[in-house]
Ligand binder design. Structure first.
Ligand code: PEP
Ligand code: MG
Length: 760
């Protein structure tokens, strides 16, 4: 059965023409389960309507025409209930409904399973039998497995339609992909793909009109790959025994025309582009080799995979020639990183699409900091299918429009200008400092690390930097930055904010923040070697960074040092010991050069983002000067929801009453302990979040520059008492949506409804 499942899914995914793919699928299922009919119905535009899309057995004229409601017939019942339904005598069943064009009244045995994706019904697969038939448990399990395996492909069926051959009658414009909102705003532009390493899963099959240029590209890639293999053989000749070197001969043979080569050229002659031809042939051979009993032959699958990947790289990356960045670029990558964005002039980036990640991934935080609309988590979309196309990124709804038609473009241009008008209004109405209607002051700081516009900070009366993520400096390099490099970088930041506090966080890598030169491969990166854990294990990295910070602070004296990912007081003690050591070393150096120099030890604080700290807050007295709540990580650890995983994005919510109760507890306990506590997670920059935090008693909030005006605006309209009441109220809620409802109701009541309108 496993083999049948593999074969059927493989056939379906391989066929780029959706109509044919669905046709093959129903025939394969019908043959495999030995039934009279197999049909597939897909939901029409979320309208609780099912349309017959393919059938082997029912009247072919009904395909593409017959539509039924969820409350009609047995198939509708499957969709309505969202679970498999087996009926051995369908025509006698009360839910049976006769659809005349389908001609199914002659069938008795019925088994239908829903196609479910992210809790939504996408369609129904049904099988039917002329005579009464009790379908077996195994048959039901088979269909359920197949449906679950294909669900994500069905979810993006529309993107596949786009790649049907040129003679297709399908209208490709206006396709919409649903992701997760990463940064609000509207981005209209042309795609710019930044590829790190292309995998075959990124490739969607495509046909082309002219085979000759494709053959030339393929031969070129073969020549380059052959040259690589010769080089590898020479390099390895002294290190590997002769029999091991034989593998490179196998590679050369596989590349020969008589082996894989001919078949690939054949596929190109049939109209496939070179990349598609390579994918079709190599996946076929890999599947064949993997089926073999003989372990030696089975191993060849690995060789074919490796070789094909090398060819793919040459076919997809034009060595040394970078495509020009479009004037209005929508940057698209498997996972967007700081260095990718740094290579493109900021004014050219109109939007970001990251196939991996979710609302509070660091890529999304970066996008928000830069004010670039972003959508995350389109993981089922083949990367290459987004190449060279017009795109609209709707950072509010998390939608991405591929080759949108004129009406959609016009609509979005209107929304874009409404956005600009709203920001102008916020600027006009902004007071110098943030305060509530009753005059209660809240100090606003910014989160930074990617470079910032100090003019904006000045104009918006920012009171300092509440979180400086130093890891970005590390992520943009090919090696760890030296002490003097770090010192001059930090010096600039501290000087830009002279007279105002700058909270610099020590290196916080791990999780979804990787250093290209220090890769950390772990099963559970967010529970692994992150933040302070890594730097305490590598005091040589920590000490260099802290020394650089302390030296950078000599002129300005506005540095605060903050430790990330602290999960117990022991780590605070150890970090304090190292900071004291670094401080004494710098002091000796400085006093040697200038005996009158005055060196002030910076304040040291910690991030509260690991739930264990909730139960150690009383032990922090005398050990830290301040703390700051990292709501991004606190949310993921309290709710056990990976902040980077779009599959659970709907469960990740800082408005969860548990998260809010934890934050309130921290507010109360740090107040009792006399430790100043601020909030620097993304919740602080969300206008509703800022209202809640102010109501809880926080007077220092740190956020990205883009949110400062919105937060000031909403606070200015609210009375402190009303915010305190709101907190009282939400702490009694059971679910995040109930909290959201109450927060939004307050936003409406205080006259800040514009924040809630679409596009705000
Ligand atoms: C947080 O976890 O809330 C935080 C501010 O740190 P980061 O997002 O960089 O992990
Ligand atoms: Mg964090």
């Amino acid at each position: 059965m496993l083999n049948d499942l593999r074969r059927i899914t493989h056939n379906f995914v391989q066929e780029p023409n959706l109509e044919l793919a669905l046709g093959n699928l129903v025939s394969d299922i019908k043959a495999c389960l030995n039934t009279d009919v197999c049909s597939i119905y897909l939901v029409e535009d979320k309208q609780r309507l099912l349309k017959l899309q393919a059938s082997d057995g029912l009247n072919p004229k009904a395909v593409g025409k017959t539509v039924m409601r969820f409350d009609e017939g047995l198939t509708g019942w499957v969709a309505e209930r969202g679970e498999p339904i087996k009926v051995h005598n369908a025509t006698n069943h009360p839910r049976f409904k006769q659809f005349t064009d389908i001609e199914e009244d002659v069938y008795s045995g019925f088994l239908g399973v829903p196609i479910m994706h992210r809790r939504q019904v996408l369609g129904v697969i049904s099988i039917q039998q002329t005579e009464s038939r009790h379908f077996e448990q195994q048959e039901e399990a088979f269909l359920v497995t197949l449906s679950a395996q294909l669900a994500s492909t069905f979810a993006n069926v529309s993107i596949r339609l786009r790649n049907v051959g040129q003679d297709s009658a399908v209208d490709h414009s206006g396709l919409v992909l649903q992701g997760v909102s990463g940064a609000s705003g509207i981005g209209i532009g042309h795609s710019y793909l930044v590829q790190t390493k292309i995998e075959f899963s990124d490739v969607s099959l495509k046909k082309v009109a002219a085979p000759e240029p494709e053959k030339a590209r393929y031969f070129n890639a073969v020549e380059k790959t052959k040259a690589d293999i010769i080089q590898m053989t020479q390099r390895m000749a002294e290190q590997l025994p002769k029999d091991a070197l034989a593998i490179f001969d196998v590679y050369q043979q596989l590349l020969d025309a008589a082996s894989l080569g001919n078949e690939i050229v054949d596929k190109i002659n049939q109209g496939w582009c070179a990349v598609s031809a390579l994918k079709i042939v190599s996946e076929h051979y890999v599947a064949e080799f993997e089926k073999m009993e003989d372990p030696y032959i089975r191993e060849r699958a690995v060789d074919v995979k490796d070789l094909s990947r090398r060819l793919l790289e040459y076919l997809t990356v034009q060595q040394g020639v970078k495509p020009t960045v479009p004037h209005s670029a929508i940057v698209i990558a498997e996972e967007v990183t700081a260095s990718m964005l740094a290579e493109i002039p900021r004014e050219q980036i109109k939007g970001i699409v990251s196939l991996k990640g979710a609302e509070n991934s660091h890529a999304a935080i970066m996008a928000r900091a830069l004010g670039i609309p972003a959508v995350m988590g389109l993981r089922d979309v083949p990367l290459l299918s987004l190449d060279d196309t017009d795109i609209i990124v709707d950072g509010y709804s998390g939608q991405v429009f591929i080759t949108p038609n004129e009406t959609i473009v016009e609509e979005y241009k209107k929304l874009e200008s409404e956005d600009i008008a709203f920001t102008d209004l916020l600027k006009r109405e902004a007071d110098e400092f943030a305060q509530t209607l009753c005059g209660h002051r809240v100090s606003l700081y910014i989160n930074s690390g990617m470079g910032f516009d100090s003019d904006i900070a000045e104009q918006q009366h920012i009171e300092g930097i509440g979180l400086y993520r130093t890891e970005y400096l590390f992520m943009m390099r090919q090696r760890f930055p030296s002490e003097s490099e770090q010192q001059s970088f930090y010096q600039q930041v501290l000087a830009d904010f002279e007279g105002k506090p700058v909270v610099m966080r020590t290196l916080d890598v791990g999780g979804d923040k990787q250093l290209p030169y220090f890769p950390i491969v772990e099963e559970n990166p967010f529970l692994g070697w992150r933040g302070i854990r890594l730097t305490l294990d590598h005091p040589e990295i920590f000490l260099v960074q802290v020394r650089a910070m302390i030296k950078a602070n000599l002129m300005t004296n506005n540095l605060h040092i903050m430790l990330p990912m602290i999960c117990d007081v022991g780590e605070v003690d150890e970090a304090n010991r190292l900071i004291n050591q670094a401080f004494n070393e710098v002091r000796i150096e400085v006093l040697e050069a200038d005996p009158n120099a005055k060196l002030i030890k910076p304040k040291v604080g910690i991030m509260i983002e690991v739930p264990s700290m909730l139960f150690q807050l009383d032990k922090l007295k005398g050990k830290v000067d301040f703390c700051s709540i990292g709501t991004n990580d606190l949310t993921q650890y309290l709710l056990a929801v990976d902040r980077n995983n779009d599959k659970v994005a709907s469960l990740y919510d800082s408005y969860h009453p548990t998260v809010l109760a934890a934050i309130k507890r921290i507010a109360d306990m740090t107040k009792d302990a006399g430790i100043p506590c601020s909030v620097c997670g993304e919740l602080a920059g969300d206008p509703g979040g800022a209202m809640l935090l102010t109501g809880m008693g926080f007077t220092q909030l740190s956020m990205n520059t883009q949110n400062v005006l919105r937060v000031k605006w909403v606070l200015k309209k609210a009375q402190l008492e009303c915010l305190e009441q709101l907190v009282e109220d939400v702490l009694h809620c059971n679910r995040p949506d109930q909290v959201k409802f109450r927060v939004n109701r307050t936003i409406l009541n205080i006259g800040a409804a514009s924040l809630l309108r679409a596009g705000k």
